[in-house]
Design a protein. Structure first.
Length: 246
């Protein structure tokens, strides 16, 4: 400029692109693992059931104690194989999410459907979940089924995390700076320990004793599939707060 060389530095946000690549890598890994494991588990489950039938047919030629021991062993193998097939099948859902079909969705209508679906469950726990949209006419181009599923997963986690008191949750939608849609899901539970917050969206990671680490990983997958991002933010008060931005 004016005969003097200038150096221009442009800073561009690439976080969403990096997260998309990480999600693709996880999805491919899960797809390979579940495929290989199912290829081995399915015949084990089938053969163990067949062996149980053959054992019953040969019962007359076997001592009672041996027949009983074999029956117990085969039944244990069959049940465990069936349980593992179901377990692996739940992870397969991460790699088989349908392509998003966006359409114009009035958020007030979507929230009303969710309220009718979830209110009885929260009332049975002695609590409540409140939905709000500002302005009431707010609409977004999104796959309504996938957004509903993401919010259901977040609220399900909230209900399970809150113990010893009436559970309460709020789902608020509004426009943020730049005209982007911002949906906040907050609750009055214990929140997420700071040391674990960075891992909660990772597939297979769970703080629950019987958890499989699917719920929040699926939330992130569904949100990204619709061009959005999801973040966990420490609430200014007690509880957890998740922010979905589109």
């Amino acid at each position: 400029m004016q005969g003097v060389a200038q150096r221009l530095a442009a800073v561009m946000p690439v976080e969403s692109e990096l997260e998309a690549e990480a999600l693709n890598a996880w999805r491919e890994l899960v797809q390979v693992l579940t495929h290989e494991i199912m290829n081995s588990l399915t015949p084990v489950a089938s053969l163990s059931r067949t062996a149980c039938g053959l054992l019953d047919e040969a019962a007359e030629g076997l001592p009672a104690d041996i027949h009983a021991d074999l029956g117990t062993a085969l039944d244990a193998i069959s049940r465990r194989a069936a349980s593992l097939v179901d377990f692996v099948g739940s992870y397969r859902s991460l790699s088989t999410v349908a392509q998003a079909q966006p359409q114009r969705v009035p958020l007030e209508d979507l929230f009303e459907r969710l309220s009718m679906l979830l209110a009885p469950q929260w009332q049975a726990l002695g609590g409540r979940v409140v939905f709000s949209v500002e302005p009431a006419s707010l609409a977004v181009m999104i796959d309504p089924g996938q957004l509903e599923q993401a919010l259901i997963n977040l609220l399900k986690n909230a209900a399970e995390a809150i113990t010893g008191k009436a559970p309460e949750a709020q789902v608020r939608a509004r426009l943020s700076r730049g005209g982007r849609l911002r949906i906040e899901v907050s609750d009055n539970g214990p929140g997420v320990p700071e040391a674990l917050a960075a891992h909660i969206f990772t597939p297979f990671f769970s703080t629950k004793k019987q958890g499989r680490g699917i719920g929040l990983a699926m939330v992130r997958h569904l949100v990204h599939a619709n061009g959005g991002t999801v973040r966990y933010a420490r609430s200014v008060s007690a509880g957890a707060r998740f922010t979905l931005t589109f």
